[in-house]
Write a protein that binds this ligand. Structure first.
Ligand SMILES: Nc1nc2c(ncn2[C@@H]2O[C@H](COP(=O)(O)OP(=O)(O)OP(=O)(O)O)[C@@H](O)[C@H]2O)c(=O)[nH]1
Ligand SMILES: [Mg+2]
Length: 322
């Protein structure tokens, strides 16, 4: 079976789109052999740039990503990958119709691959699943990989963690800025893009965002500080996309100049370790084996009121410590 997976990885690395699609589905279903094979290759593979695009529903993220993809393709990117993540949708594997439609201008371009992901499944959580998807696209030679995430909230912030550079998209519509500031998404922004600048209120929003960014935590003394640019765009016409591409390049250069990319990726690996360990532990607690047995025993005691949940956890940790 492992040989089958090795062959599949070879095929996707050779540029076979069908092999890539199949591997992505296997990864989403948590196929241990495929994932082991992926890890083995990943250890040595070069990691392409990852761009996160995030913001409230309907802000124009997909339209923007589509325009950016077009720009990148015209300017020399041979393969651009897009992962559209919707934490609120239970459907995946390309069921997000809106994204499909808005990306359809690239449907005939073999240099563009679009994958949709949803909340369902994903051992270790959606962020961990998204990481696997990005890594498979990387192995298949897609560079950069762009991750679009819908929503404002914790899941969005977590998924933003898979990117090297995060673009926060806002619109002049009422409430966006307030919401963004509240949900702490200013903290994750490397570039703030005010889309729908054809509508009134874009300048006003830019002012609010500027104030919001000034409240951001500063890095430890002596460490360089990146100032997120605040851009305006009209994704539907392509206005402002050049400036966005330039800002992305500037951020990449800043990261490289100050050797921040490796640190960012190490931090990402740590977060991933925690996600995967927590999921594995949870699985072990409910499965067969010594840990599962001990947990079942303690659960029975809690059920019968012989012991309090917190005390049971203390005992469980003792078991683990041995
Ligand atoms: N007026 C105007 N409309 C825009 C602009 N960009 C996108 N839209 C429209 O806004 C709507 C939503 O665009 P999408 O690209 O699907 O937005 P999204 O953020 O990806 O949406 P979700 O993925 O559902 O959160 C569409 O009708 C777009 O045509 C813009 O710059 N100006
Ligand atoms: Mg979208």
């Amino acid at each position: 079976m492992l040989r089958v997976m090795a062959a599949l990885i070879q095929e996707l690395m050779a540029g076979q789109t069908r092999a890539l699609a199949r591997a992505l589905t296997l990864a989403e279903n948590g196929d241990a052999q495929l994932l082991a094979e992926l890890d083995a290759h990943n250890a040595t593979a070069p990691q392409p740039r990852r761009i996160g695009v995030t913001g409230p529903p309907g802000a124009g993220k997909s339209t923007l990503v589509s325009a950016l993809v077009k720009h990148l393709r015209i300017n020399g990117a041979t393969r651009v990958g897009v992962v559209a993540v919707d934490p609120s949708s239970p459907f995946g594997g390309g069921a997000l119709l809106g994204d499909r439609l808005r990306m359809s201008e690239h449907a005939l371009d073999p240099g563009v691959f679009v994958r949709s992901m949803a909340a369902r499944g994903h051992f270790g959580g959606l962020a961990a699943g998204c990481e696997d998807t990005c890594e498979l696209l990387a192995l298949a030679g897609y560079d950069p990989v762009i991750v679009e995430t819908v929503g404002v909230g914790q899941s969005e912030v977590e998924i933003a963690g898979v990117a090297d550079t995060t673009v926060v998209v806002l619109t002049p519509s009422a409430g966006d800025s307030v919401q963004a500031l509240k949900a702490g998404i200013m903290e994750i922004a490397d570039v703030v893009l005010i889309n729908k600048a054809d509508k009134p209120g874009a300048d006003r929003l830019a002012e609010d965002v500027k104030e919001g960014l000034e409240l951001r935590a500063h890095p430890p003394a002596g460490q360089p500080m990146w100032q997120p640019p605040i851009l305006q765009a009209v994704a539907t016409t392509g206005q402002g996309i050049d400036a966005l591409a330039q800002a992305l390049q500037s951020h990449a250069t800043f990261m490289a100049d100050h050797k921040l990319l490796a640190a960012t990726r190490r931090k990402r690996a740590q977060a991933r370790l925690l996600d995967l360990a927590a999921a594995a532990l949870s699985q072990a607690l409910q499965g067969p084996g010594a840990l599962g047995d001990r947990f079942a025993q303690l659960r029975a005691q809690v059920e019968q009121g012989q012991i309090a949940p917190r005390a049971a956890v203390a005992l469980l940790l003792q078991t683990l410590g041995k």
